[in-house]
Design a protein around this ligand. Structure first.
Ligand SMILES: CC(C)(COP(=O)(O)OP(=O)(O)OC[C@H]1O[C@@H](n2cnc3c(N)ncnc32)[C@H](O)[C@@H]1OP(=O)(O)O)[C@@H](O)C(=O)NCCC(=O)NCCS
Length: 310
């Protein structure tokens, strides 16, 4: 499916900043915290009918939800003081919207959502709303939040001879970035509008938006680092999202070089913890992250709900 060319209607970041603030209020309850700007720059946010905010009578934001079509994901957050009934209302709204969208370009035949394995109350609420944990599915899927060991960072690994590591050259390189991203992840969800929106996000740091070029100057690898003061007392945390290497250049050290340089830069900017989220099964990404000093901190349960056209 070719993504709709929606773009962000205005440069109004109010909704994103409120959503981010709610998530940062209780970061341990949320799977996406530091990398949230990446997700909130997507072309599904903040489309009416796809995104909803719930406020208390005095105007405080108590919940938000977004059917994130490019991620096939229901992203949401609730305030810790929000009553369980609000979560049920949110999930009921998402269910109604997912069914209404199923035959449109914004719909999906299945939606996924995520919860930490120790959040039994959250998982129970999702199961009650019809989501099924994929831990025991025919093709099991779960994820992990990994935290980097700062003592594992030394100097960054050099790039192979002929390749160059540098920041993305801003908007002029967005089209090349999108082509690389789509190839790496075998998906056309990434769009130029989305990537241009990322460049304008208030928490975007151009010097953490890294690429590696091949000897002809073409993009071969990408890695974006995010920073957010989400820990106790505003403790600065970092996260890598996304990271990838073009398939023809894999296994040559590009992934390690761009990951270690991004980590080095985040620590140099004051990050005290640096995270990444990835699939839990033993694939190349998990091995790469372990090899540069990451270790699993929390298991993330993936839950799925299917929809049929009526
Ligand atoms: C994961 C990925 C970035 C690795 O990039 P790469 O350039 O091939 O990795 P490197 O050559 O730098 O390898 C570094 C380490 O990663 C691990 N690794 C890389 N490829 C691997 C593979 N196919 N199987 C197992 N481990 C692998 C190894 O630990 C390796 O260290 P070693 O060479 O000492 O054995 C690349 O496979 C990729 O882009 N995959 C698709 C996108 C993706 O999954 N991104 C991560 C999403 S969170």
């Amino acid at each position: 499916m070719t993504p709709p060319n929606l773009g962000r209607p205005t440069d109004d970041w109010t909704g994103s900043l409120l959503a981010k603030k709610l998530v940062e209020h209780s970061p341990n309850r949320q799977v996406h915290v530091v990398d949230l700007p990446w997700r909130l720059s997507s072309w599904a946010w903040p489309i009416a009918g796809q995104t909803k905010f719930w406020s208390t009578s005095n105007g405080d934001l108590h919940a938000w939800a977004c059917l994130q079509t490019p991620f096939w994901s229901l992203d949401y957050a609730t305030h810790p003081d929000a009553p369980p009934a609000l979560t049920r209302e949110l999930l009921s709204w998402a269910d109604e919207r997912a069914q209404a969208l199923v035959s449109t370009p914004l719909g999906r035949p299945m939606w996924f959502t995520f919860a930490f394995a120790d959040q039994t109350d959250v998982i129970q609420a999702l199961e009650a709303a019809g989501f099924e944990p994929q831990t025991t599915a025919a093709e099991p899927w779960s994820m992990v939040l990994m935290r980097h060991d700062p003592s594992a960072i030394g100097t960054s690994t050099p790039v192979p001879t002929g390749f160059t590591l540098r920041p993305l050259a801003g908007a002029s390189e967005v089209a090349a970035y999108v082509a690389l991203h789509r190839g790496i992840f075998n998906s056309d969800s990434m769009t130029e509008d989305w990537r241009r929106t990322v460049l304008k996000d208030p928490s975007y740091a151009a010097d953490l938006d890294l690429v590696i070029t091949n000897p002809d100057g073409e993009l071969a690898a990408l890695c974006v680092g995010w920073l957010s003061g989400t820990g106790p007392g505003g403790r600065l945390s970092g996260q890598i999202e996304p990271l990838g290497v073009a398939s023809r250049y894999r296994g040559r050290g590009l992934g390690r070089a761009i990951a270690t340089e991004c980590l080095r830069r985040m620590y140099a900017k004051g990050a005290l913890d640096v995270y990444v989220e990835t699939d839990s099964h033993g694939d190349a990404a998990l091995s790469l992250y372990e090899s540069v000093g990451y270790a699993v901190e929390r298991t993330v349960i993936v839950l799925r709900k299917d929809y049929q056209p009526t």
